[in-house]
Design a protein around this ligand. Structure first.
Ligand code: PFF
Length: 451
């Protein structure tokens, strides 16, 4: 048998397909589950403003950096850093990204499984008043249930990634993202007719700066990373499937605007419900799996709303999960010459296995802690989102700002698009501001800074 020859690299068929796939990666549980409750905790509109500022000065510059690195190397993270620099240390940033992909997807898929289970629950049993809390706790405490739904979510993710770039990820994103928009719009309009709508809108749009503590600002910065899928090479990998003609800066702006727009719509869907039914907006993560089903149970046509809501969240979660799996799979394809089929099935299964301890955090492995008093699930989330993504983002910004030459960068970003000193502003942000801001978050989190 002849050696396996290298396959020509697959490219997105259209710019729209690429923008939808990358927005699909960004828009996920981060927007619909995490953003509303964080906004609830840190002063509504004030948190929104802090988030938008972080997105502008850190998010957009790092996203453009990832696209530039990916497209110029036409490789996934490890290979890209190998190709673009002689220093053998840089590929470690790519390795960190692949490792983050394994870790984040392993527990993201557990939550994805909960969403699938909630679609089923809404469709066949439906929540009755007072039932959501007990249903959620007994579900968490049942190891087999946790494994089955986690496995199902992982399996669905693998099926899409198995299809490849244009015929898998792009095709599915083109169906799922517009459907997501339609369901979200319908649910939002429905919510805006509730008596608590005015209060809900005010809550999300009117800033209460007294609640925006320093911690709130840092949370907003961290959330910008997670919610834009930055720091682990997911956007870098998607950028590596770009052809040379696509405008990187306008794509990044479109993705960021879409991401923020979906997050705000999710807020405008959730808060009117919260205020109408007099729920405390600061309840935290349980808002989603206990409070909302409880509210659906009391609402006219609640079952239909509940099913649509959880289908919506499942769409959002799966388009993010495929980008996490793609980072891992593309490493095995690019660097070890595996076929996509083998990389997808083998690594998907490995990630399922790594997710088992997280899935069992509330049953068989209850009481086991890793970092501080955090259980296994929380520890992995804490490690990945608070450290691995910001550290990865820090080095990606440094690489783009200080290592790549102007020639390399201008070949990607000035091709057809340099207006209003866009390149210079981006370059200043990615070289100085973004790394510095991320460094401050990291040092603050590790307690080195005195505030
Ligand atoms: N951006 C996704 C969300 O908001 O749910 C999560 C995510 C996906 C993080 C892909 C990182 C990543 F590479």
């Amino acid at each position: 048998m002849a050696n396996k020859t290298e396959q020509p690299r697959d490219h997105w068929a259209t710019k729209l397909g690429f923008v939808l796939a990358a927005s699909g990666s960004a828009i996920g549980l981060g927007n619909i589950w995490r953003f509303p409750y964080k906004a609830g905790q840190y002063g509504g509109g004030a948190f929104v403003i802090a988030y938008v500022v972080s997105v502008l000065i850190i998010g957009i510059p790092i996203m453009i950096a990832e696209f530039i690195i990916g497209r110029s190397a036409q490789k996934s993270p490890v290979g890209a850093f190998k190709q673009l620099s002689f220093n053998r240390a840089w590929p470690l940033v790519g390795w960190l990204g692949v490792l983050s992909g394994f870790i984040i997807l392993s527990y993201y898929s557990v939550v994805g499984g909960w969403i699938l289970r909630y679609i089923w629950e809404s469709g066949f049993h439906f929540f009755k008043e007072g039932s959501a809390g007990p249903i959620f706790s007994s579900f968490l405490a049942n190891p087999w249930q946790q494994l089955i739904w986690h496995g199902l979510f992982m399996f669905m993710t693998m099926i899409i990634v198995r299809g490849g770039i244009t015929t898998g990820i792009e095709r599915w994103s083109k169906v799922l993202m517009p459907s997501l928009l339609i369901i979200l719009l319908i649910l939002m309009i429905n919510s805006l007719r509730f008596p608590g709508a005015g209060e809900g809108i005010q809550f999300i749009l009117k800033p209460d700066f007294s609640k925006l503590t320093r911690e709130g600002i840092l949370e907003a910065l961290g959330h910008a990373f997670f919610s834009l899928s930055l720091g682990m090479g997911a956007m870098l990998t998607y950028g590596s499937y770009l052809d040379k003609g696509t405008n990187i800066s306008s794509s990044a702006l479109e993705i960021v605007v879409l991401n923020t727009f979906y997050a705000l719509m999710a807020g405008l869907m959730i808060f009117p419900i919260v205020f109408t039914y007099d729920v405390d907006p600061q309840v935290g993560p349980g808002l989603f799996f206990i409070t909302l089903p409880e509210v659906f149970a009391r609402m006219p046509a609640g079952q239909l709303v509940a099913i649509s809501f959880f289908v919506l969240v499942a769409f959002a979660a799966i388009t993010s999960a495929i980008s996490l799996l793609e980072v891992v799979v593309s490493y095995f394809i690019d660097e070890l010459n595996w076929s996509r089929k083998k990389a997808d099935y083998v690594m998907g299964t490995v990630i399922f296995l790594i997710g088992i301890p997280s899935a069992l955090s509330w049953s068989s492995l209850k009481g086991v802690t890793l970092f501080g008093s955090r259980d296994i699930f929380d520890s992995l989330d804490f490690l990945a989102t608070n450290y691995m993504l910001p550290i990865g983002g820090f080095f990606i910004a440094l690489f783009a700002g200080w290592i790549l030459t102007h020639g390399q960068k201008e070949a990607e970003i000035k091709r057809i698009e340099n207006t209003f000193h866009f390149y210079d502003i981006w370059h200043f942000l990615v070289k100085y501001i973004a790394p510095l801001a991320v460094l401050v978050i990291l040092l603050q989190k590790t307690g080195v800074l005195p505030f």
